[in-house]
Design a binder for this molecule. Structure first.
Ligand code: PLP
Length: 403
């Protein structure tokens, strides 16, 4: 027996892989999930499901209509302009990961091409592979923000592309996208009939200004925006996410999602509904949790937030030799610290160095090249976890970056 060819080469996520063989007492700064408590409204909704007498039905294919309405209402209000979102412009999925799966399966041909950021979220690559398609990485700007010119150039070089993914604030880099860059990419995709997917699952975890979103600059039907309760609503284990976009694009994806899993788990839908209805409080609190984590990093390991490169201080998240805005003084969102390797460690040793950190200092990070070749020479450090572990983990990391 051998597995189907499209699955060969697929392995456990490199993020999970770092944990395999880790010495006892290793602290994980690898997993990209919030480590603060599940908000009470979700806990209460789950308790209610547990206390209810009677059957627990599948429910509607897709999801509860109230949840679709809540996503539509929240999405419509959450941008810089209020827009009306209809229920047929929303699909609720088992995490945004399932939305990505369903969108790729329904819009990418065998042998087709998906354009993804390099470095970018690891699942973009494996989900393209499951379509027997090619994920082609496009370059990001030197401060890791979306550079529309690189996306347009990649579209010109790969006219067979059927889906483009943008992600902002980005995993793993924390990179942003300006409204102008999003508008340019949306226009380029529309002109070519390419489906644009804007992964905005970290958008609400901003510290200062709310980052731009795709639907701030174009119509709902011009591109699909992904959201999720996993990050900003603090509930990754619920596995509830959503896609908002054109019914023409979402309808086939909905069929794929139904075929795959019918619908997100019913108790999770109830909890997600409670979270969305309490968005104002839940999101304000989440931003406080994130702010506290960045403040902890500044206190415990200030050097990591301004790593020296040669004779100049290189703000973390900015490639050496560039004069782009300092990350410290600019916008920050999400909970990833994108850390250049210490001076003297070559980019080809990215994984080797991450393993040394793990084995000698008992702290796991994610080697940047796990996110694509553009991440070589960098590590992703997640600040999302519990504060006490974060503090100890950063204290173990800091000595490797000498003043
Ligand atoms: C950029 C990005 N998109 C999507 C996901 C999937 O999240 P979920 O399926 O939990 O909504 C993740 C998870 O880490 C992510 O980092």
């Amino acid at each position: 027996m051998s597995p189907a060819r499209r699955v060969s080469g697929l392995a456990v996520s490199p993020i999970r892989r770092m944990a395999v063989g880790a010495p006892e007492g290793t602290i994980s700064l690898a997993l990209g999930e919030p480590g603060w408590p599940l908000p009470d409204v979700a806990r209460e909704a789950l308790a209610e499901v547990g206390a209810a007498v009677g059957a627990l039905p599948y429910g509607q294919n897709g999801s509860r209509p109230e949840l679709v309405d809540a996503v539509a209402a929240w999405h419509g209000r959450s941008g810089t302009r209020t827009v009306e979102v209809r229920p047929d412009q929303v699909t609720v999925t088992s995490g945004s990961q399932a939305a990505l799966f369903a969108l790729f399966q329904s819009h990418v041909e065998v042998g087709g091409t998906v354009l993804v950021p390099d470095p970018g979220f690891v699942s973009y690559l494996s989900l393209a592979q499951l379509c027997q398609a090619r994920a082609v990485g496009y370059r990001l700007a030197d401060d890791w923000s979306l550079d529309a010119a690189h996306v347009v150039a990649a579209l010109d070089t790969h006219p067979e592309t059927s889906v483009v993914v943008v992600n902002h604030p980005a995993n793993p880099t924390g990179g942003m996208a300006t409204a102008a860059a999003l508008a340019t990419v949306a226009e380029a995709c529309a002109r070519r009939g390419v489906v644009l997917v804007s992964d905005e699952v970290y958008r609400e975890l901003y510290l200062d200004e709310r980052p731009a979103g795709l639907h701030d600059v174009c119509d709902i039907d011009a591109g699909v925006v992904l959201g999720s309760v996993s990050k900003a609503w603090g509930a990754p284990g619920l596995r509830v996410g959503w896609a908002v976009g054109s019914p023409d694009v979402l309808a086939p994806a909905r069929v794929v999602h139904n075929a795959m899993t019918t619908a997100a788990a019913r108790p999770s839908q109830d909890a997600a509904l409670a979270l969305l209805r309490a968005s104002a409080e839940v999101l304000a609190e989440a931003r406080e949790h994130v702010r506290r984590r960045w403040a902890t990093a500044e206190r415990v390991a200030p050097r990591l937030l301004g790593v020296r490169s040669g004779t100049t201080t290189r703000p973390v998240g900015v490639r050496s030799g560039t004069t782009t805005r300092p990350v410290d003084g600019g916008a920050r969102a999400g909970f990833y610290l994108w850390l250049p390797l210490p001076d003297g460690i070559p980019p080809q040793d990215t994984t080797g160095f991450a393993l040394r950190l793990r084995d000698e200092s008992r702290v796991t990070t994610v080697p940047g090249d796990a996110f694509g070749p553009g991440g070589a020479g960098w590590l992703r450090v997640s600040l999302g976890g519990p504060l006490a572990e974060l503090e100890e983990g950063l204290a173990r990391l800091a000595p490797w970056w000498k003043a």
